[in-house]
Design a protein around this ligand. Sequence first.
Ligand SMILES: Cc1cc2nc3c(=O)[nH]c(=O)nc-3n(C[C@H](O)[C@H](O)[C@H](O)COP(=O)(O)OP(=O)(O)OC[C@H]3O[C@@H](n4cnc5c(N)ncnc54)[C@H](O)[C@@H]3O)c2cc1C
Length: 375
Amino acid sequence: MSGALQSRPVTIVGGGVAGLTAALALRRRGAEVTVLERAPAIAEVGAGLQLSPNAMRVLDALGLGPALDAMSLPSRAVRLRDAQGAEVVRLDLARHRPDARFRLIHRARLIEVLEQAALSAGARIELGRDVATPPDGPLLIGADGLHSRIRAALNGREVPFFTGQTAWRAVISHEDQTPEAQVFMGAGRHLVSYPLAGGLRNIVAVLETRDWQDEGWSHPDDPANLRAAFADFRGPVPDWLAQVHAVHVWGLFLHQVAARWQDGRMAILGDAAHPTLPFMAQGACMAIEDAWILAASLDATPDQATALSRYENLRKPRTSRIVAAARDNARNYHLSGPKRLAAHAALRIGGLIAPSALLSRFDWIYDFDPVAEAG
Ligand SMILES: Cc1cc2nc3c(=O)[nH]c(=O)nc-3n(C[C@H](O)[C@H](O)[C@H](O)COP(=O)(O)OP(=O)(O)OC[C@H]3O[C@@H](n4cnc5c(N)ncnc54)[C@H](O)[C@@H]3O)c2cc1C
């Protein structure tokens, strides 16, 4: 810590995972932080998040580990099953990665922990502040999500395109708290589910369809549509779907990683910089990594332009690679016909003879330590 952030004013647009983590990380290094959040209250659409060790290293370094542990469940395995419920492979995280912190948490709980910590550290959060154009100030951070105005100010307007996939998201009350994420893979469809603390269970279901859905999170749908789309899935799926009383639906759009992340005064992070499809469960994790590395870069280098350019250089290659991996994963989950049989057979054999090798495909994501990388 060189202390270059001491007493410097920073304005952050957006109080989601990226904005609140950045507020805390910057405040801990002495910056005078103000968060401008559009919503009248910090509130969250009910949904779960998987947090992997790369993000947990940051949250632990920020001192949030005990609070998060109390509100989340450990994830001990990832179980891939076919649409009939038969197991394809079980990746045993507890056995092969005993020290790695994979946690399952409700988004609202993560936001609460971050908000409380940011406020206690002395950050100001102004609610009901819809920022139309970048405000003045020597250092402006855009954490304003998918339709970021700060990204647009740096890059111009971007036109994303529809991936042909529709996703539903629901949280149900359910007694099955087996601490693992399960992925059910069918032709052109998959469904992911995992438990959340407090007797809840998160469900995300993705269907390839030509029907266009608006991008965004808050489109309520009739649970009957979700049940109809996954009517031939077996195992625990029919029971889970029968419990769905409220569901949100949205279209999945492909975005480019922003070409320009900063201009010496403004910088973007999180979904504002690199919106991703959800198939690697890394959107919030990348936002948390960004926040730490942005704060550490600014603190280590008194020249702001140099610090922001270092931040961009450190983050762009990694986030681009993760966004590409998420795009490829959708294809793997939705195979049909002979390709599916061959891929599932290969996974089954891989799981029998070299389970650890299957897991290590993504070591480059989970072993990354933002705290060691940026100091
Ligand atoms: C189905 C699904 C499953 C997912 N699962 C996972 C997972 O398991 N693990 C994981 O790591 N990630 C997951 N993600 C991704 C993750 O939720 C996002 O990547 C993450 O929330 C991005 O955080 P953010 O702070 O950048 O953006 P957001 O959470 O969108 O926050 C942006 C904030 O800015 C505010 N804002 C926007 N515009 C303005 C404005 N003009 N003025 C003021 N305020 C503004 C908004 O109100 C909001 O509070 C998932 C996403 C989806 C869709």
